[in-house]
Design a binder for this molecule. Sequence first.
Ligand code: GLN
Length: 453
Amino acid sequence: EQFNAAVAGAAELNAFIVTTPEAALDAADRTDAKRAAGEDLGAMGGVPIGMKDLFATHDVQTTAASHILEGFKPQYESTVSQNLWNAGAGMLGKLNLDQFAMGSSNETSYFGNVSSPWRKEGSNAAMSPGGSSGGSSSAVAARIAPAATGTDTGGSIRQPAAFTGICGIKPTYGRCSRWGVVAFASSLDQAGPMARSVEDCAIMLGAMAGFDPKDATSLQMDVPDWEAALSSDLSGKRVGIPTEYRMEGTDQDILDSWEQGKAWLKDAGAEIVDISLPHTKYALPAYYIIAPAEASSNLARYDGVRYGLRDLPEGAGLQDMYAQTRASGFGDEVKRRILIGTYVLSAGFYDAYYTQAQKVRALVSQDYEKAWAKCDLILAPTTPTASFPLGSLNEDPLTMYLNDVFAVPASLAGLPAMSVPAGLNPDGLPLGLQLVGKAFDEQTVLNAGLAIQ
Ligand code: GLN
């Protein structure tokens, strides 16, 4: 009842696509029974969480916020969600997102915009919770769910976390299985937790991660006990400050919070050093070639035959069914990505765009390799601005894409990266600071997050 009241009260946020309170209650009952029997409750025993609707959940509608998957009830469970249930968690429902995780504002969902619980001081305009994991960020920030899953291809955990004043970590590529996660750009997609504290993120990431033979890019490494090793003592750690992140168009309050972040890490014992990541400005354009290229290939499977929607006009043939289903099933942003992706992969343009973008990706990774000679982790803003009102960037996809300018480089390099809350701007809106670590070194990222939060 309390859950239903909370959901009703928060319905205007539109954070959930479907709610499953009975599943959350079942997990609570199972946890009670284990407690009574003196059994181990699991790392997430009884914790009700929100599940981004990009994770396949057995017999529960899984849509990726697209009309083309409406009504699709998978007969399998994603590895990450299964890991969470095995650790004792229960599902509150499936969370809204940008359609196929393409977007930075949660305005591309077929199921409507998600709004942030935050408001600019003196204004009642609905603000963006960020995207694509905007249902996750909104539900956690509004205290509807203590934690939620997110996925991050080019910032979709970190940017929404920054916009709503919560924590979110994208682990090293390969830590969390992609099996059963609706694919966007497979070489970049990575799941991670979104929660109110660094401690909660450490616990939940521990439950989500682990080798999975069903994902060919899954890391064959043990999952460390990140929670047990949490420490805000950063003595001996060198924090790199990348010169190239002082970009035009970055708000002054963002730069101020970056300075504050340096001071906090220094207080925790770290040494601050200047570093250079010279190919930073090419990362975003390269991302917007690689991600759509992979998306255009991944989304070829939605043909009206295998999943969800089938649009078969009277007397039409197979080709018409493909065309009709895709025309009515995909939203505009998804179509834009498919068009860009097929263009950059086409015979005449492949070398000029796709191959070139892959070379840039290698250079961005090398920038980090060189930087690690000088530092152990990197501190930067998560986003160039705080949240914006819903509707304000709709006509301007390029400005929308710029939201991820600071998030995308770590995605291209597959590195662990976290956003932690760093106070409010003069308008009363949350700001986030981003910590990027070496591959497999989530611990240093989490520890620095602890020192900031
Ligand atoms: N906003 C970026 C995009 O639209 C990143 C999305 C994501 O990380 N899933 O592609």
